[in-house]
Write a protein that binds this ligand. Structure first.
Ligand code: GYE
Length: 306
């Protein structure tokens, strides 16, 4: 109806960009902060956002992307719940000449022409940071260090990579033993449930490595329920640094948090404007992040945005 120029796109005559965004779900504090960042940044950038929540299901994301293609949005952004299985739908977007931006999580597609760029954290590096802290803490220990691991959503980039980065670092010293490792699906409820099972099966846990704060917070409840002191009897390392995690860190219940920033909205909108204009963008945009000790958490909390 717009009579040319738009190449069949749904762009408004005034040039307003429409973005279809398929979010993973609302599984964690990180995700809630990320959704808010995307929504607020779209508004601030004057980009019309069609937002869809996949409730942690890949099939819902594929449906949402197909619907965005049908609606002829100008750009599609999504945070893929798992890494595999995207080629078909991404080819459909490419055939429809709609650029795709990967946000937060990666896909394992061999054909990198299926998307314009990938904006998000380096999850392998996050895992390494967690491992490095542990190695430093136990550098003088002679006895084995028994570690349990709560993994994120099975098949997701952050679960695969945080596990790999951590294993790479601790694997250099045989005293570090991962005695149990299971998915807690990035949620508090599952983190608690799996930690309860770990505690029953293993009376001798020294360290918990949880792939996000929420699972760590659920595990803290399980540890307290078992009559042990989180942060003292069992040392806890998590990833994200959302407010509740930072509070537990400041309170001494978590020992170390590797930051993963959910505030990707601003950069996403900038990239979207560029790809819609046909400008070139870097193939990979990595988020800048830090780590927090208990003392650093106390200092950072008052001004923490999420
Ligand atoms: O760490 C976790 C969330 O993909 C980086 O997903 C994100 C992860 C984040 O559920 O809390």
């Amino acid at each position: 109806a717009c009579g040319g120029g738009g190449g069949g796109s749904a762009s408004a005559a005034d040039g307003t960009i429409t973005m279809g965004f398929s979010q993973v779900g609302a599984e964690s504090g990180w995700r809630t902060a990320n959704t808010k960042s995307v929504q607020e940044s779209a508004k601030a950038a004057g980009i019309q956002l069609k937002f869809s929540d996949a409730q942690q299901k890949q099939e819902n994301q594929i449906k949402a992307i197909r619907s965005f293609i049908q609606q002829k949005v100008d750009v599609i952004a999504f945070s893929p719940v798992v890494e595999s299985g995207w080629d078909t739908v991404l080819k459909e977007a490419k055939n429809a000449k709609i650029p795709v931006i990967l946000t937060d999580r990666a896909v394992d597609s061999k054909d990198t022409s299926l998307y314009k760029t990938f904006l998000g954290s380096d999850f392998v590096e996050e895992g390494r940071k967690a491992g490095n802290w542990l190695v430093e803490q136990y550098k003088d220990a002679k006895d084995p260090v028994n570690i349990v691991e709560l993994q994120g959503t099975t098949g997701s980039a952050p679960a695969n990579d945080r596990k790999a980065g951590f294993a790479e670092v601790i694997g250099k010293d045989a005293k570090f033993k991962v005695i149990a490792s299971q998915s807690g699906d990035f949620t508090r409820a599952k983190g608690k449930e799996v930690m309860e099972a770990f505690l029953k099966a293993h009376p001798d846990i020294d360290v918990l490595y949880a792939h996000n704060d929420d699972m760590g917070l659920g595990a803290i409840e399980a540890i307290e329920g078992a009559g042990k002191k989180p942060g003292v009897d069992i040392k806890i390392i998590t990833v994200d640094a959302v407010r509740d995690g930072m509070q537990a860190l400041a309170d001494g219940k978590i020992n170390f948090i590797v930051e993963c920033s959910p505030l990707l909205g601003g950069q996403l909108m900038d990239l979207a404007k560029k790809v819609v204009k046909g400008e070139s963008v870097p193939a990979r945009v990595v988020t800048e992040e830090t780590t927090f000790t208990q003392e650093q958490a106390k200092q950072a909390l008052p001004t923490r945005q999420y």
